[in-house]
Ligand binder design. Sequence first.
Ligand code: GTP
Ligand code: MG
Length: 191
Amino acid sequence: MGKTCKVVICGMKGVGKTAILEQLIYGNVNLKTHFYPTIEDIYVANIETDRGTKERVCFYDTAGLEPPLTGEFKGPPQSPTMQLTANQVLQRQYLGFAEGYVMVYDTTKPESLDVLMYLKKDIDRNKDKKEVVMLVIGNRTGPDDVNSLENTCSKAANWCSREKVRHFEIGEGSFKPNQGVRECCQTEKIK
Ligand SMILES: Nc1nc2c(ncn2[C@@H]2O[C@H](COP(=O)(O)OP(=O)(O)OP(=O)(O)O)[C@@H](O)[C@H]2O)c(=O)[nH]1
Ligand SMILES: [Mg+2]
């Protein structure tokens, strides 16, 4: 067994971060499961990689971020110097400390993708020279908005390809996050 790697799960509040982790590790989540807002939780898992080895991964489930909702802060980030409040940014201790960041958004909440755009800039700015793996998970909690020109999922897919991060969608409107997350962990070979 190699060294334990640290992975931070982050994103807007209520997008399903804890649900995804609980389903990945315990497989005990269904539509009736309710979770309280997270302050901080740590899950330790032994995950089999596609190389057939077992890796120990420490997942840090973080408190959900508030969306940037007012005035000039509405929508995706315009300037790298903009000031966000403490509950709109990832707590400073998680920056530059993990090998992997899983950024989660809810495909039915466009503002949750905006949050990831801020978040990724923050992680990039603070990662120093360290190699970090980032990936984005779109949690499908309901159908796409047929009235919008570009749905949140395709917007996310475009952004991810520009930023060169892997993009996964899970859920398909029902609650089946398990497969997707397992696949993410294995294909990204988080080490
Ligand atoms: N229907 C459905 N409900 C979901 C899904 N994912 C999460 N939920 C529900 O949405 C609520 C919020 O999910 P959480 O997993 O607590 O979200 P979170 O991102 O951890 O929230 P914070 O810890 O507050 O940031 C919970 O009551 C879940 O049961 C999903 O894919 N489908
Ligand atoms: Mg949570």
